[in-house]
Design a protein around this ligand. Structure first.
Ligand code: UFG
Length: 334
């Protein structure tokens, strides 16, 4: 069975490609490498002993998609490709809407032409917007966001839902991720953003590695136990495995399902920094700074639907998340 993984050289995409190859699927990756390195494909091969087919192309390019779907019999698609920096999306909204919506539209048109009806979409907890109480449940309204990036997730969920409505044989799973961190146990794959990281764990790792001087914790006056924000951090390998469960489920259940993937537990910024120091033995200097625009005090998932429908729950703990994130950075810098 062949799975097209768009954005398969990226952080979550590459971990998912590994799990797919190890489970015996054939994998075709399309990635324009706008926020990923070409040698990720070699690393995927090193881990799995199998090389995915790779197209260095944008999945918003209909000609490239035509070429890929003509050459391979694609049974299902996992769609990760998209810009993902919240702050950047506020400065460049048109770029985000153009890229993130075009890629989904082009992909669906190609799937329609070639009769491919199974899709797993990389969505985000950001679709729950600013007004729902935690923990987030899939039945809550998920129709707004706080950034153009987040709005592209809301809009893509809408596009996919409307597509499924006119294709009764199609199955679409909208996976709403919480905060994936960590890396592959081999140390060969991890979160490797271009430039200065926006997200907490890659920032912590670069401070630990001495590449950045100190972490600024964005706000310690939130109404939380230690004053810093609470998030639901999950191991990227657990998250990757969730995609395989979703593919299986989609194979036998036409229609659309939105499913949260998280741990159902919340951890504060300070707790994460301490867990990192304990797991790695490396000190992370930090200072308290002002709140970051758009941050919510607490975000975590109700994960009962993932357990009920997919039989999925996380297995790896915070210590493993920190150790694997650091292991990747250390090996990568060597
Ligand atoms: N943080 C810091 N200092 C930093 C970076 C982050 O204190 O240098 C804090 C943030 O304020 C937040 C927490 O660490 O409280 C987590 O921040 P991240 O940027 O790692 O993650 P977010 O929860 O802000 O964002 C994540 C995803 C987005 C998604 C969002 C929606 O990265 O893609 O969740 O829930 F839209």
């Amino acid at each position: 069975m062949s799975i097209l993984v768009t954005g398969g050289a990226g952080y979550i995409g590459s971990h998912t490609a590994v799990e797919l190859l190890q489970a015996g699927y054939d994998v075709v990756i399309v990635d324009n490498l706008s926020n990923a390195r070409a040698d990720v494909i070699d690393r995927i091969e090193k881990i799995t002993g199998r090389r995915p087919a790779f197209y260095h192309a944008s999945c918003a390019d209909p000609k490239e998609l035509e070429r890929i779907f003509s050459r391979h019999t694609i049974d299902a698609v996992i769609h990760f490709a998209g810009f993902k920096a919240v702050g950047e999306s506020c400065r460049k909204p048109l770029q985000y809407y153009r890229n993130n919506l075009d890629s989904t539209l082009c992909l669906l048109e190609a799937m329609e032409r070639f009769g491919c009806r199974r899709l797993v979409f990389s969505s985000s907890a950001t679709v729950y917007g600013m007004n729902n109480p935690v923990p987030y449940v899939e039945t809550m309204p998920a129709l707004s966001s706080s950034s153009p990036y987040g709005w592209t997730k809301v809009m893509n969920e809408r596009i996919l839902t409307d597509y499924a409505a006119v294709h009764p044989d199609a199955s679409v799973i909208l996976l709403r991720y919480f905060n994936p961190i960590g890396g592959h146990a081999s140390g060969l794959l991890g979160d490797d953003p271009n430039g200065i990281p926006n997200n907490l764990m890659p920032y912590v790792c670069r401070v630990a590695a001495g590449q950045l001087e100190k972490l600024t914790i964005f706000g310690n006056d939130y109404p939380t136990p230690d004053g810093t924000c609470l998030r639901d951090y999950l191991h990227v390998v657990d998250l990757a495995k969730g995609h395989l469960r979703a593919l299986d489920y989609a194979g036998t259940h036409p229609g659309v399902e939105a499913i949260n993937l998280g741990t159902g537990k919340s951890v504060s910024v300070l707790e994460l920094v301490r867990a990192f120091q304990n797991a790695t033995g490396v000190r992370v200097p930090y200072v308290m700074g002002p709140r970051r625009d758009g941050d919510l005090p607490e975000v975590w998932a109700d994960c009962s639907k993932a357990k009920r429908l997919l039989g999925w729950q996380t297995e790896l703990d915070m210590e493993e998340m920190c150790r694997s994130a650091w292991n990747f950075v250390k090996r990568h810098e060597a």
